[in-house]
Structure formats: C-alpha cells, structure tokens
Design a binder for this molecule. Structure first.
Ligand code: ADP
Ligand code: MG
Length: 230
C-alpha cells in the first residue's frame, strides 16, 4: 500500500556546509494491514521519516506512492486532504485540547470537515471509547485523566476517521511499563480488527518485538532486522 523509493531528505541548504543529510536513498515497502516498527538511535531520522510517510513534509528526491498514487508531488492543499482522508497520527505526547472533554476531543477531527457529526460517527466513537476502556472518563478533561487514559483518547481520536494507515511516533514513550504494554496491545488489536496498516517508531524493544516487521534506521537507511540489539 505504501512504497518509498530512493528517498533523500536532509535539513539546511543542499550543497552548503549547513546541510545535514538525514535519509539517504531509503527504500521501504509496506503491505496493506502490515504492522511495522522502526527503531534507531535518537537523531537517526525516525521522526523525519514518519513525517514523510505522513505527508507532513516532502522528500528532496525520491518517490512516495500510496496505493499506487504518487503523493510526493502533491502541493500543500492536496497533502492536507490526503492526510484527512487516509491517515491517523499518535504522538509521544497526546496533544489533546485541554479545554475539551474526552468526548469532545475524539470528535474534533470530524468537525474539521465542516459537516454535521452523524449518528453513525457517534456510535463509532462510543464503540472505540468502550473498546479502549475509557468510557468512565468520557466527560473529563485531559488534566483530570491519567497519562495512559490521555494516550488511549489520542488513539481513539486517530482512528475516528477510519484511516487506512496509522502512524505512531514513540506512542508509549511517556508511559510506564504497564500502560505501555496495554497501549501496544490496543494498537495491535484495533489495527488488526480494522485492517489498518500500522507504522510505529519506538524506543521500546518490547513494543517493536510485537510488530510483524522490524527495521533499524541507521546511516540514513532502513535495514530489516529479526532481532534488536540497538
Ligand atoms: P529521531 O526522531 O530519530 O530522533 P529526527 O528525525 O527528529 O530523529 O532528526 C534527525 C536529525 O535531523 C537530527 O540530527 C535533528 O537534529 C535534525 N533535524 C530534525 N528536524 C530538523 C529541522 N526541522 N531542522 C533542522 N534539523 C532538523
Ligand atoms: Mg523522533
């Protein structure tokens, strides 16, 4: 479903001393419904890579194809429309709106389309909230919830639009061990159930081991790995 071909990306002006290469001739193919983990030392370019896959940034050279369509040539407006339709994001920090309740936070992406929220969308929200075990917190605001509850809310918000691809950048990075394992299992279960492709960047060996494929990002390239000794 997703193909990255010969991707190069760095920061600064190419050809000058300020230029810092990050990704170099990187290739990756991800199948529909696959769950993959990307690991690598801090600063190796994991977030840079995820931003490209998530259409938040553009490569300097190379192609990105999503279900056969090249998105690397899209302009800003096309990229935004593409993201809204196809992608869900979960970050290390939940980025929930502090003044809104859990319920309002998970419905927020639906309001972005400018249309009225349907009963079907509301039942989907209810379903996901029950599934993630945060139904008792529905009317609470982020400050009144635990870190794990906030992060599960962020997962529901990411899934509300039925994305084909879920991108997670260190989603368990701010959680304790118990909540981290629970969130990992939740992401696996929900992506399986809805045939969502999951790409997760993680420092957690435990989380990476739960994914079907694991890649190490090193020297700007991805290497598939069966065992982690990072
Ligand atoms: P990771 O997520 O693996 O820690 P990043 O993708 O965030 O790595 O960063 C890779 C490298 O690119 C780092 O050296 C970082 O300092 C640099 N970098 C990231 N974003 C920018 C930016 N917007 N401008 C300049 N340099 C950046
Ligand atoms: Mg990062």
């Amino acid at each position: 479903m997703l193909l990255l071909q010969n991707i190069t990306k760095g920061y600064g002006e190419p050809g000058t001393h300020s230029y810092r290469p990050v990704l170099q001739n990187l290739n990756l193919e991800i199948g529909k419904g696959e769950r993959i983990a990307i690991v690598g030392p801090s600063g190796s370019g994991k977030t840079t890579l995820l931003n490209l896959v998530g259409a938040l940034d553009q490569p300097e050279s190379g192609k990105i194809l999503f279900e056969g369509t090249e998105i690397s040539g899209y302009d800003k407006k096309q990229l935004a429309a593409f993201r809204n339709k196809n992608l869900g994001f979960v970050f290390q920090l939940h980025h929930l709106m502090p003044q809104l309740t859990l319920w309002e936070n998970v419905l927020l992406p639906l309001l972005a389309s400018g249309q009225k929220i349907t009963d079907e969308q509301k039942s989907r929200a209810e379903y996901l909230i029950r599934k993630t075990g945060i139904e008792n917190q529905k009317n609470q605001k982020p400050a009144e919830m635990s870190g794990g509850e906030c992060q599960r809310t962020a997962v529901v918000r990411a899934l509300i639009n039925k994305p084909a691809l879920l991108l997670a950048d260190e989603p368990t990075g701010a959680l304790d061990q118990e909540n981290a394992s629970a969130l990992t299992e939740l992401l696996i279960q929900l992506s399986q159930e809805e045939n969502i492709t999951l790409v997760t960047v993680t420092h957690s060996v435990e989380m990476a081991e739960r994914m079907e494929k694991k890649y190490v990002l090193s020297n700007g390239e991805l290497v598939q790995s069966s065992k982690f000794k990072v």
